[in-house]
Design a protein around this ligand. Structure first.
Ligand SMILES: *Cc1c(COP(=O)(O)O)cnc(C)c1O
Length: 439
């Protein structure tokens, strides 16, 4: 079938999205509440969503999509899982917020501490951004130092400390990636290269005594997907320990995504602090940070590192989180996700081979990223070699065939427990035809 024809037909069947998006633009910056949703990097106007169910999304015009975004990671059980919805309804009938401690908060905290041994105590917040900001404040207070090391291409939410790129020259401090971040703040953040311990050692040679913490995504999921080299995380543990600074694993994506627990359970490296979000909220706004008692006891009111939240530990969010984690304890959950992930990506690879299109596919469990490049993608520099124009075309071809990928080359795809073999078969079919459309 003619590709152009499919795309034209799809564009025509998106009238309601187009209309409502122009209203959205009127009242919201860029028509969205989070920038990537505007689909700018694939050069399209966004499709607006009416509802989700299981592995599917439905747009305002009633078109159906197999969803590989899963709300950017949280929806490991798929959309509107009946038990999560039931827990939410039951909780809502008892009141949506108390401003006082309720049982569900303690239950979610207990589940997290039991699943992740490095976390003895945990504080709930309302987003991943809040979790990383608070963890860094705690690390600074605990060590009495100000500088932070982060890695190029890792994302830790939109806190000022993290919106930083490397300055010019090898051993300079960071500069803001966004207007509004004071240069003085940016100067406290040092930038290292992912999977490159030498770059970390160099920073410690110069600034070792001033560094409060190294923060890292143990599996990098915000520059597409980049896996840690063997020894990389172990090396970070060694270096931070020998300089008396803290190691923070930002497991906002990887927490309960790859195993019941965090990636640290898999790799066997214990950070001092861990940040969580996404899956632990079961699709509700939740973040958390935690670690050893000796560090967490500094958080107010036990200690004097201030951090608070009107809706922290919100009963609805806790209900969704507790239900989600409880369902994830079911035998074989993660094995099944891994199996489907392998099946889908092996078939995608075959399709790319068949059509002679260069690619690199990185996967771990139910997370994967498909890069339009000939290089092995092991760090940010390699990610930057991708052909984003080709990705944009591929994205459009898939969208028009009912497959919902993240609208950027620099994002990760997620599978949920709701994805079926039939979804995967349909996806492969769409990929096959999309590749023809690239010619
Ligand atoms: C999504 C994400 C965040 C930010 O979480 P929000 O809930 O969007 O504020 C932080 N760190 C990582 C690794 C993330 O993927």
């Amino acid at each position: 079938m003619d590709n152009r024809h499919i795309i034209d037909k799809h564009m025509q069947s998106r009238k309601k999205s187009q209309e409502l998006f122009s209203t959205a633009r009127h009242f919201m910056p860029g028509g969205v509440n989070s920038p990537v949703r505007a689909c700018k990097s694939v050069g399209l106007d966004p499709v607006l969503i009416q509802k989700g169910n299981g592995s599917k999304l439905y747009d305002l015009d009633g078109n159906e999509y197999i969803d590989y975004v899963c709300s950017w990671g949280p929806l490991i059980l798929g959309h509107a899982h009946p038990e999560v919805v039931a827990a939410l309804c039951q909780a809502a009938r008892q009141g949506t917020s108390f401003g006082a401690t309720c049982e569900r908060e303690i239950e979610l905290a207990r589940l997290i501490c039991e699943a992740i041994p490095s976390i003895e105590k945990v504080r709930m917040v309302s987003s991943g951004t809040e979790a990383t900001m608070s963890a860094v404040r705690l690390a600074r207070a605990y060590t009495g130092r100000d500088r932070i090391v982060k890695f190029e291409g890792c994302y830790h939410g939109h806190g000022d400390t993290f919106l930083i790129k490397a300055g010019s020259g090898l051993l300079t401090t960071g500069v803001p990636t966004s207007p509004g971040v004071p240069p003085a703040t940016a100067g406290q953040t040092l930038i290292a290269h992912y999977n490159n311990l030498d770059s970390v050692t160099e920073l410690f040679n110069q600034f070792g005594a001033e560094i409060a913490a190294v923060i890292v995504e143990p599996v990098a999921g915000n520059m597409g997907l980049v896996l840690p080299h063997k020894g990389f995380l172990e090396g970070l543990r060694r270096i931070t320990q020998s300089h008396g600074c803290l190691l923070i694993f930002d497991e906002v994506i990887t927490g309960f995504r790859l195993t019941y627990g965090a990636y640290q359970n898999i790799v066997g490296v214990e950070p001092d602090l861990t940040t969580l979000g996404k899956v632990i909220g079961g699709g509700m706004p939740v973040g958390a940070y935690g670690g050893r008692q000796e560090i967490m006891e500094n958080v107010s009111p036990e200690g004097d590192v201030y951090q608070a939240g009107t809706l922290s530990g919100n009963p609805l969010a806790m209900a969704a989180g507790v239900t989600t984690l409880t369902l994830l304890q079911h035998e074989g959950c993660y094995e099944q996700l891994d199996k489907r992930g392998a099946l889908l990506t092996n078939e995608i690879k075959e399709a790319f081979h068949r059509k002679g299109v260069s690619y690199c596919l990185n996967r771990i469990g139910s997370m994967f990223a498909l890069f339009f490049t000939e290089q092995d993608v092991v760090d940010y520099k390699a990610v930057m070699t991708c052909n984003t124009a080709l990705f944009a075309k591929f994205y459009t071809e898939l969208l028009c065939r009912g497959v919902w990928f993240p609208p950027s080359q620099y994002e990760t795809c997620f599978l949920s427990c709701a994805h079926t073999d039939s979804d995967i078969e349909k996806t492969i079919n769409a990929v096959d035809k999309a590749l023809d459309g690239l010619k």
